[in-house]
Write a protein that binds this ligand. Structure first.
Ligand code: GLV
Ligand code: MN
Ligand code: MN
Length: 414
């Protein structure tokens, strides 16, 4: 399907084919797509993108954080500013084909259309695949934060959980120097704006039959690694009254957390999605229970309030500890970019909804430093981070066309 806008149309079938080809990398039947950051399928996906971008005629660079930067040079030479359109190729375990991949491949499609029509923009256009958005190793959004100089001292040398390599270890394993990651930092004065097309990952668009979301803001995300320490022992010979079972000690918190959150703010969410028991055998009483608490809200004061309750709970459980993994506050998208997205959709005759994002994105890293904008397309049944994740070819094409229209508007302002 081709869609016309001011003479420029994206090639929907070509983009869909790219999505399906990329979606086969790391795909297993019934289990979906798994491309954990810096693992073999993730690196294969990066290499696949590099080939596609070179075939299209783009310059390609891999920066010291392993971000893949595909560049379409402007007519204005070295004085040109840079417009970034990015997202990520890594996935959570057993994910879908669209989260992250859509934003990168749609941006690539936009660049191809510009090249095919001989259009040179007044700014450079960079299509960027950011590394480890999903937080496989630790806090996530590593690539985008490295580009902005926002990585915390030592964070690439800390693993989120036992048994997971650090980002630095994985870099070394594949032949990159972790000490060089600071060199991924870019000069922001040369950057114009950041744009990201993404699936909604919720069901507001689908349930209201709206084609496009113009994102107004992204929730804050706070994450804590909590350890509750008991005493390991024989599961058969230790009487119940003699036990210090770390899981049983931690269990009340699993009920308290949702209660605290609901009492505080009906729009706030909190999840314990990762938990390990040590030593971790069916016939040993857990000596340690370690889990990650994640909080998300537009309101920092609410996340801070729950963090303080968590700290009080930990303080009242001797031997327990809490470590901050991430404290990222909510951000607003730049109002002129929200309106640019709305206009870009309306030019196509598409319904558009201004909406907040409950999922985290690389756009969040950029929003405090550059005008940032995001475009959402519907997710079938609101499902994401699971193999059932789906967006129709028609919605993919519409989203890509809105991205292209937005790029053209921003370039015209240059
Ligand atoms: C990223 O997908 C997130 O919202 O965790
Ligand atoms: Mn995701
Ligand atoms: Mn994503």
């Amino acid at each position: 399907m081709h869609r016309e806008v001011a003479g420029l149309k994206v090639n929907g079938p070509r983009l869909w084919q790219d999505l399906m080809e990329l979606g086969a990398i790391g795909f297993t039947q019934n289990e979906g797509v798994t491309r954990l950051a810096l693992g073999e399928p993730h690196m294969a996906a990066k290499n696949w993108l590099i080939s596609r971008a070179r075939e299209a005629g783009l310059e390609v660079e891999i920066d010291p954080a392993l971000n893949v930067i595909c560049r379409l040079r402007s007519a204005h030479g070295s004085k040109a500013k840079t417009l970034i359109a990015g997202s990520h190729l890594d996935t959570v375990p057993n994910s879908g084909r669209f989260d992250g991949a859509l934003g990168v491949l749609a941006a690539l499609e936009c660049a191809r259309v510009l090249l095919e029509h001989g259009v040179t923009l007044p700014c450079d256009l960079e299509i960027i695949d950011f590394t480890d958005e999903e937080g496989y190793h630790n806090a996530g959004t590593i690539g985008s934060r490295a580009m902005l100089g926002l990585l915390k001292q030592g964070e690439i040398r800390e693993a989120k959980m036992k048994g997971i390599p650090t980002f630095a270890q994985d870099m070394k394993r594949i032949g990159y120097d972790p000490d060089k990651i600071i060199e991924a930092k870019r000069d922001l004065s040369r950057m114009e704006a950041y744009l990201e097309l993404h699936i909604e990952q919720g069901n507001q668009l689908e349930s209201s039959n709206t084609a496009i979301g113009a994102v107004t803001g992204i929730v804050g995300i706070y994450r804590y690694d909590i350890r509750v320490v008991g005493e390991a022992g024989h599961a058969g010979t230790t009487l119940m009254q003699q036990r210090k079972d770390a899981l049983v000690m931690a269990a009340p918190l699993f009920q308290l957390l949702p209660q605290w959150i609901r009492a505080r703010n009906s729009k706030m969410v909190g999840t314990i999605g990762q938990l390990t028991l040590e030593p971790g055998a069916m016939n040993i009483i857990p000596g340690e229970c370690r889990f990650i608490v994640e909080l998300r809200s537009m309101e920092s004061q609410d996340m801070i309030a729950i963090r303080e309750l968590l700290k009080e709970w930990v303080a009242s459980h001797p031997g327990s500890s809490i470590r901050t993994i991430l404290e990222k506050d909510s951000v607003s998208m730049a109002a002129p970019l929200v309106e640019a997205v709305v206009r870009a959709a309306e030019t196509e005759g598409l319904e558009v909804m201004r909406m907040a994002s409950g999922a985290g994105h690389d756009a969040q890293s950029f929003a405090k430093y550059l005008p940032a904008g995001m475009i959402f397309v519907p997710s079938k049944g609101g499902k994401s981070h699971c193999p059932e994740e789906w967006t129709s070819p028609e919605d993919v094409t519409k989203g890509c066309q809105v991205l292209l229209n937005t790029i053209m508007q921003l370039a015209q302002n240059d």
